[in-house]
Design a protein around this ligand. Structure first.
Ligand code: HEM
Length: 166
């Protein structure tokens, strides 16, 4: 029971920081950065805040995986014989969907954080066409990651209450 509760605490706190952090970025940080008073510092602020958020993201991903599997272990779903019946149950399908979305989120975050985002700043002064291309791509993947994270959160809440859409 203690293992489950400790993992749940870490899992929920990480979800609060991850999803809350992304929403805070969109509704507070971005509008402030776009303020005309910060025109000269706009790109530096954008780059520094993005790098700061990136530095905690992968640490949070690790906590999600560890605490998530910790909860499954604590509930006995990873025990030999239990695993197959769990993953072929209606709740198991919900869980598999959640893990699938998490994998897509991970890949999409890696692309956004290490490819499209940095390239946007590299092309800033070199090539305006490439800059615009990567700026749009980064915006798209940023929004996509937020939507995926909300979907994963909803699935997590449903799974832990035994609700399945299958
Ligand atoms: C972006 C990543 C993730 C987010 C935002 C997230 C969020 C959540 C939330 C909000 C809950 C509901 C907690 C509750 O209301 O009791 C939950 C439950 C759960 N999550 Fe995640 N999660 C993520 C990734 C993962 C991963 C990668 C795993 C497994 C490897 C996982 C395994 C679980 C399990 C097993 C539960 C159910 C706990 C129970 O049965 O009470 N999650 N998650």
């Amino acid at each position: 029971m203690w293992l489950y509760l400790v993992c749940l605490l870490f899992h929920i706190l990480s979800a609060m920081i991850w999803v809350g952090g992304m929403i805070f970025y969109v509704i507070v940080i971005m509008p402030v950065i776009r303020n005309p008073k910060l025109k000269d510092q706009k790109l530096t602020l954008l780059q520094l805040t993005a790098l700061q958020f990136r530095s905690i993201s992968y640490f949070l991903f690790l906590i999600f995986i560890t605490s998530g599997f910790g909860m499954l272990y604590a509930k006995g779903y990873l025990a030999y014989g239990e695993m197959i019946s769990f993953f072929t149950s209606k709740i198991g399908y919900m869980f598999t969907l959640k893990i699938g979305l998490f994998l897509i989120l991970f890949l999409s975050s890696v692309y956004h954080d290490f490819v499209s985002g940095p390239k946007t700043f590299v092309y800033l002064e070199k090539d305006s066409i490439q800059y615009e291309r990567y700026r749009k791509l980064s915006g798209f993947f940023g929004r996509f990651n937020l939507l995926l994270s909300l979907g994963i959160t909803i699935l997590g809440i449903l799974v832990s209450r035994g609700v399945s859409v299958f």
